[in-house]
Design a protein around this ligand. Structure first.
Ligand SMILES: [Zn+2]
Length: 174
């Protein structure tokens, strides 16, 4: 699963991503006493644009040549020929006849809008996982036998964050 997380990143002399990594490190799977939130993460990822309305999937910079038709828009291997015999309109199932494919989320070109001042955000941007003020709160928590709705706690923490705090959109995988 890929979870939309919003992470407060403290000021400091280290590069931004290093400071972000330091906040996330204790929450890695297998770290004793931690919340085991992730086995992999990336700034933005499939949640890129969540704060700005930007759509990484349609941005031309995130398109690459379709590998199924080599960008010809016309799949001409055995499968392509077989499909075309059944349906003459058949082009390519990899790109729908555009010759282009969206790159994997981990290859998206960085989007500046994934980092913002908390004060600029609206409530609709609330994440599934919120890490701020030294706390970690999720929309729901596993009790050991069932999922418990903890969105009220998340909304509470949301209300306590300093508007001047810097937050980052993170794609958490676990
Ligand atoms: Zn194609």
């Amino acid at each position: 699963m890929h979870y939309y997380a919003l992470v407060e990143v403290p000021e400091g002399d280290e590069p931004f991503e290093k400071r972000l990594a330091a906040v996330l490190a204790p929450h890695k799977e297998g770290v004793e006493g931690g919340s085991e939130l992730w086995d992999w993460w990336i700034l933005g990822g499939r949640w890129s644009g969540r704060l700005s309305g930007y759509d990484p999937y349609t941005d031309p910079v995130n398109q690459k040549r379709c590998w199924l038709c080599q960008g010809t828009k016309f799949r001409n291997d055995e499968l392509g020929k077989r499909e075309r015999a059944l349906n003459p309109e058949y082009t390519c199932n990899g790109c729908g006849g555009t010759g282009l494919m969206t790159v994997h989320e981990s290859e998206f070109v960085p989007h500046a809008g994934n980092v913002a001042k908390f004060g600029a955000l609206s409530k609709e941007m609330q994440p599934h996982v919120l890490i701020a003020n030294g706390q970690v709160v999720q929309m729901e928590a596993w009790t050991g036998s069932e999922w418990e709705d903890t969105s009220a706690a998340l909304t509470e923490l949301w209300g306590e964050i300093d508007p001047d705090a810097t937050v980052a959109v993170v794609d958490l995988h676990r």
